[in-house]
Ligand binder design. Structure first.
Ligand code: NI
Length: 135
């Protein structure tokens, strides 16, 4: 079904409109509408993650693969949560460092907790969970 666009009027303080227009230019949007649409989508994604429900997330982890115990734990945790792990990609960044990108799907709270568990493992140098909605 086509999701048709509807026009509506919004009243804003002039200073806020200037801020909006500044971001339209800075982010390279074609129009105010494009930016407002994306801002609303960002808000919906954030709310979904806060309130719980089915979401998709991308967890990026950088770690040293020489730590065999860590490599085992990373794999073991992913197997324990295989329902949530859609796929993962491993890149050998250099002699020591590996980047693992894991695409997750499931309840927002479960994914947040899994991200903290994986990212918090001793030896993980950095991790970041990108919150994407399944909308
Ligand atoms: Ni590697």
């Amino acid at each position: 079904m086509e999701d048709r666009s509807v026009r509506f009027c919004v009243s804003l303080p002039e200073s806020l409109l200037q801020e909006l227009d500044h971001r339209v230019i800075k982010r390279g949007y074609a129009s105010r509408s494009e930016l407002v649409r994306d801002l609303i989508r960002e808000l919906l994604v954030r709310e979904r993650w806060e309130e719980g429900g089915d979401v998709v997330g991308v967890l990026s982890i950088v770690y040293d693969h020489h730590d065999k115990e860590l490599t085992f734990r990373l794999l073991d945790l992913q197997h324990q949560h295989h329902v949530n792990v859609l796929c993962s990609t491993h890149v050998h960044l250099d002699h020591h460092n590996c980047l693992e990108v894991i695409i997750l799907r499931g309840d927002a709270r479960e994914l947040s907790s899994l991200a903290v568990k994986l990212g918090g493992l001793r030896g993980v140098k950095l991790y970041e969970l990108t919150k994407v909605s399944s909308l």
